[in-house]
Design a protein around this ligand. Structure first.
Ligand code: CA2
Length: 142
């Protein structure tokens, strides 16, 4: 479970856009879902593109897939897209908000071009949904 820039601020600012749930609350939701499904989830948040790219590279051989909320890098980062392509791991793209209903510049996603699918618009509830989606895709749910 990888989270990009500014998502560490969740629950502390702009609750009207991103909700009142903190990232550590979200981590608990993810752990509960993982336990329910009998899968393991590790959690990372970084504000740095290179750290996310390194984590994607390091995921190879260690994880079966990635749930990625790349934050604003979604709309700008060819480097993240290339990293995902290079590791050939299934990625579920995730957003709290419905990016298609927001400003035009958020409609473009480089992650979508290489992701298995996208979940957006369900707020914090999208996180366990994304784990479910990835586990189902992998046939990993018990
Ligand atoms: O809806 C999402 O999950 C986004 O990935 C969130 C990004 C935004 O740039 C994407 O277009 C959609 C922004 C994350 C910023 O998170 C904040 C949380 C609280 C306060 C301020 C920013």
């Amino acid at each position: 479970m990888m989270n990009g820039p500014n998502l560490n601020l969740l629950g502390t600012r702009q609750p009207e856009v991103y909700g009142a749930t903190t990232l550590s609350d979200i981590e608990k939701l993810c752990n509960n879902k993982a336990e329910q499904l009998g899968v393991t989830v590790d959690f990372l948040q970084s504000n740095h593109e290179g750290v996310l790219i390194d984590a994607i590279h390091d995921a190879r051989g260690k994880y079966d897939g990635i749930v990625l909320n790349a934050g604003a890098f979604t709309h700008t980062s060819i480097a993240l897209m290339d990293a995902i392509k290079s590791v050939a791991l299934p990625v579920v793209e995730l957003h709290l908000s419905n990016i298609h209903q927001r400003e035009e510049f958020r409609h473009q996603s480089y992650i979508s071009k290489v992701a298995v699918g996208q979940i957006c618009g369900f707020g914090a509830a999208g996180y366990p949904l994304a784990i479910d989606a990835l586990a189902t895709y992998l046939g990993a749910a018990t």
